[in-house]
Structures are given as structure tokens and as C-alpha cells.
Design a protein around this ligand. Sequence first.
Ligand code: GTP
Ligand code: MG
Length: 225
Amino acid sequence: MKNYRHDDIQAHIRRNELLVPLDVLLVGGTGTGKSSTLNALFNSAVAKVGEGVDPETQNISSFELHDYLRFHDSAGLGDGKENDLTHSKNITEELLRTCGENNNNGFIDLVMVLLDGSSRDLGTTFKLLESVVLKSIEPKRVIVAINQADMAMKGRYWNAPQNKPESTLIDFLEEKALSVKQRINESTGLSINKPVYYSAKHNYNIKALLDHIINHFPTNRRIIK
Ligand SMILES: Nc1nc2c(ncn2[C@@H]2O[C@H](COP(=O)(O)OP(=O)(O)OP(=O)(O)O)[C@@H](O)[C@H]2O)c(=O)[nH]1
Ligand SMILES: [Mg+2]
């Protein structure tokens, strides 16, 4: 995906006088697949994926897709009270970071909240949105995406040979996306666009994921007061 819509991104930045590169922060519960998502977007093992039962990513690291687009991986919440406090503090710091001293332009342009499509539990996500993300960045700079689309029905109706969901699973995922949108709205008041669903592990719908990100790029610079 390295050069996917590269010229579009460049043109968008010029047109809106945004700062180069655009910076996207990935957040979400532990194990939702933030690091795997980066690897899918980069089509190489840039970020370490958890193999065991323990949370993997412990701090924030950055990855440049190209000159105009950069991603930042973060540690997942749901890792115990004390660790969650540290991770939340790190995310807040990153969200309030400016592009330099004597400068009030926000460093992070967009936040992407990842959900695990195999789980119905949105508790960690609501908490992350309410207590951390929305405290430090405007709602229009927050998008949501559902990973692990292959496991949404516990692996059923995933067509492995064709690497895509069968129609029953697609219907389920469509419904899930609408339900997530509605539940986030009810719980946080945040009105989001319908989340995109994909599978980082199976490289399914990764273009749609990147389109979702690109289509929600901000149209003005972020100012931190
Ligand atoms: N089936 C399936 N498994 C996935 C998918 N994405 C990630 N996983 C698995 O989920 C586990 C956690 O993935 P990570 O990418 O490490 O998740 P993370 O959000 O970075 O986790 P932390 O760094 O602990 O916050 C790994 O075993 C991945 O292989 C997916 O799309 N489908
Ligand atoms: Mg990780």
C-alpha cells in the first residue's frame, strides 16, 4: 500500500495547507490488532505482533508510509489498572503534542480507534473514547475501524481459499458496523461515520481501510490551545 493514493494525499495536503506529513494515531484495546494493522498497511513486519497472551506494544512508535503519511502505534488498553493509566497518559501526551516548540499546531491529525470484530464488548473502547481520546482531540478527527472481520462469527462463513467473507458474514459485519456506530453514539454522543471492517491477518479490505483513513483527513490544521 506504500504508494496507494499518494498523489491524492499530497493534493489534499496542499489544498488545505496542512503540515507534512499527516499523522495518524492508532488506539484500541490490547489485542485488537493495531500492530497487525500496521503490518498489513505496510505489507511487511514493521510492528511487533503479540504471539502469546500478554499485551505486546508498550509505548508509541512511528512508521512512515511515505513522505506524506505517517502512522503511530500505541499500547492497548485493558492491560490492568496501573498499565492502563500509563498508556492513557502516553496517548494523552501524544494527542496534546505540538509540531515543535513555540508552535501550537497539533502533531496528531487523526485518531483511528480499532475494535476487535470477534468481540461484542465495547467497554474498553467507550472508556478510551470518553476518558482519553475525546478529552484531547475533536470528534471530527476520530474514526473507527473493525479488525478481525474473519473471526466475527467465530471463524464461520470466512471463505479461506478465496480470502473473503461469505454473504452471511458480510451481512453480519454490515450489521455490526451499524450497531457499533449507534452504540458509540449512545454512549459517547460521538457521531461517527459507519466503521469499515477488514482483516489485518488475512489482508482483507486493507484498501478500504486506507480509503476510510484518507477520506477522513482533516481539512484544516489542528490548533492546540
Ligand atoms: N484472526 C485474526 N487475528 C488477528 C487479526 N489481527 C490481529 N490478529 C491477532 O491478534 C493478536 C494481537 O495482535 P496485535 O497486532 O499484536 O494487537 P495489538 O492491538 O497491537 O496488541 P497490543 O500491542 O497488545 O495492544 C495476534 O495474535 C494477531 O495475530 C485478524 O485480522 N484476524
Ligand atoms: Mg501492538
